[in-house]
Design a binder for this molecule. Structure first.
Ligand SMILES: [Cu+2]
Length: 454
């Protein structure tokens, strides 16, 4: 239908995390410390916006350029665009970049200043998320204009047949009036036919476009009272490039499975083993019966991350104790392993912030190579994000942007500081729960805090 006029072409947003498409990264571009936010556009091809804050004073000049994560395109970055410095804050700049196709992208941030030049690559997954509907005023205006045009064509053709050959002041005779009335109906038919075919063409374009819209993977679960959980992933059909046999480990595991009770009072962070492509298995610990939320983080070979989510009711599980990197918490919500330095603060919507945590003692050990892992979950479960001190981009994707650096996938592997931060921007106003996991004396400890975003 003409009313379904689709305002734009290929909408786009990130698939990693749920309801949290923007990418936030803290890292070094050579000698400069940068905080970068990349906001993927709503349509593809579309414009991503990039915001860069520099920790250095004076701030380096920043330029940005997009390139595919892998393949030949990754070797030939286009000429970078200037990141325009803010008038009120010289350490902040903003820029925009076109992303032309769905897939795994990186934005290269180039900083240049008195200390030299450096680069930081930010992984950006791009996928069409929805069809943007035309807004009502524009639709009504265009519809009215189309109607005027259609009526205009019919009246002009009819009038020309009836009166074009007459001398001034002469009246058309009866046969001419009959002829013009026949022509009116024929013209109206032709115009209606053209409108109908135009509408069909529009629908065909719209449905071709719909096929590019991101369709999340589906997750089917099975659980036995003895604790065997089976996870199978299913592709409902999206771009042909999506495969399920191409997963790569992200901080040591092919899948990070987070299970939470709906009240978010307890989470389980598990790492199922892949038994066949798209098939995983996990031994659960003891768990009370009831409904649970599941989020599974995976990363494809090209660095494209996905979070698969579902709800599932477990029977009472009498399982085995957690092993390896698997963990659960908080055991006692009052006993927090860390101090949240921004506790009680109200956070802004979308703006990049640093969530700051400090350990009272200097005894934190790396947990899967990192000082801490954070899960940000909106209380209504519409947002789920898995963060690390380096940001919201998966470590596996970060590693792909630095193929020559064997440690790129790890924030740090030896010493863990007593204070660390998670860069993030809350996607919407609401109440969130922030869960942070650290390791101490060989045990994973989990803290939970409530955060208000307005
Ligand atoms: Cu993690």
């Amino acid at each position: 239908m003409i009313w379904r006029l689709v305002a734009a072409l290929l909408p786009l947003a990130a698939a990693a995390h749920v309801g949290s498409p923007d990418v936030f990264v803290e890292g070094n571009a050579g000698p400069y410390r940068l905080f970068v936010a990349v906001r993927p556009p709503e349509v593809i091809p579309g414009v991503a916006t990039i915001e860069v804050r520099s920790a250095d004073d004076p701030a380096p000049a920043v330029r940005v350029t997009p390139l595919p994560m892998t393949g030949d395109g990754a070797k030939f970055p286009p000429t970078p665009d200037v990141c325009a410095r803010s008038a009120d804050d010289p350490r902040f700049c903003a820029g925009s970049l076109w992303l032309m196709t769905s897939g795994s992208w990186q934005v290269r941030v180039i900083a240049e200043g008195p200390k030299g030049t450096g680069q930081l690559a930010v992984p950006v997954p791009a996928s069409a998320q929805r069809t943007r509907a035309m807004d009502a005023p524009l639709g009504i205006t265009l519809g009215a204009l189309a109607l005027i045009l259609a009526v205009g064509i019919v009246s002009i053709v009819t009038a020309s047949v009836r009166e074009a050959m007459l001398a001034p002041g002469e009246q058309p005779d009866a046969p001419q009036i009959r002829k013009s009335s026949r022509v009116r109906w024929i013209t109206a038919g032709v115009v209606a036919g053209a409108l109908f075919l135009g509408s069909k063409w529009w629908d065909a374009e719209a449905s071709a476009y719909d096929r590019h819209i991101y369709k999340p993977l589906e997750m089917k679960l099975g659980a036995e009272p003895g604790g065997r959980l089976t996870v199978s992933l299913n592709d409902p059909g999206w771009i042909s490039a999506r495969k399920l046999d191409d997963l790569i480990p992200d901080h040591n595991h092919l899948m990070h499975l987070v299970i939470a009770r709906p009240a978010l009072d307890r989470i389980w962070h598990l790492h199922p083993d892949q038994t066949a492509p798209a098939r995983f298995e996990q031994q659960l610990p003891d768990m009370p019966p009831g409904e649970y939320l599941f989020w599974a983080d995976i990363v494809h070979q090209n660095g494209f991350p996905e979070t698969v989510t579902t709800r599932f009711t477990l029977p009472e599980i009498k399982g085995r104790a957690l092993q390896g990197d698997d963990s659960t918490g908080p055991g006692d919500p009052a006993a927090k392993p860390l101090q949240f330095l921004d506790e009680g603060q109200t956070f802004p919507v979308k703006k990049m912030v640093l969530l700051r945590f400090r350990s009272a003692s200097d005894d934190l050990e790396p947990y899967m190579g990192m000082p801490g892992h954070a899960f940000i979950i909106r209380k209504d479960h519409s947002v789920f994000a898995h963060l690390h001190p380096g940001g919201s981009a998966p470590m596996a994707a970060v590693a792909l942007t630095r193929p020559d650096d064997p440690h790129a996938g790890h924030f740090m592997s030896v010493r863990t500081p007593a204070e660390f931060t998670f860069p993030y921007g809350f996607p919407s106003a609401g109440d969130y729960r922030v869960l942070v996991q650290v390791k101490r004396n060989g045990r994973v400890e989990t803290g939970a805090w409530d955060v208000a975003v307005r």
